[in-house]
Design a protein around this ligand. Structure first.
Ligand code: FES
Length: 134
């Protein structure tokens, strides 16, 4: 049987590392912010949980029913957002996440939407709770 090098599939080494060994997988009990988004392109789902202290993200976890790229991008976005002020984390775009991973194959860019959108949804939930709108 021929063994295919995974990097020959068009994925960067960083994507493969985060896919094989994702960081911050799971859920947080009583999160300060929670976001759940679906990907309109493929129908996959992503959930993001955050704990916040003094408007800084202290803990973050994700659960996804997405593909390998969704796992890698969520793992990366959680690593990027941890320790960030919520307003700065709101500015993280799917392109930032893809860049941190040294790129994604073009047909997989939609997958990185899930990670960034779920993070933004969790932060908006946190802000809504804080201002008493929830
Ligand atoms: Fe659905 Fe990648 S194919 S998130």
């Amino acid at each position: 049987m021929e063994v295919i090098e995974l990097t020959e599939t068009g994925y960067s080494k960083k994507v493969l590392e985060h896919f094989m060994n994702p960081k911050n997988v799971g859920a947080i009990e009583n999160p300060d912010g929670y976001g759940k988004v679906g990907n309109p392109v493929c129908g996959d789902l992503m959930e993001m949980f955050i704990k916040v202290k003094d408007d800084t993200i202290t803990e973050i976890k994700f659960k996804t029913f997405g593909c390998g790229s969704a796992i890698a991008t969520s793992s990366m976005v959680t690593e990027m957002a941890k320790g960030m002020h919520v307003d700065d984390a709101l500015k993280i775009t799917r392109n930032d996440v893809a860049d941190e991973l040294d790129g994604l194959p073009p047909k997989k860019m939609h997958c990185s939407n899930l990670a960034a959108d779920a993070l933004h949804a969790a932060i908006k939930d946190y802000k809504a709770k804080k201002t008493g709108k929830k």
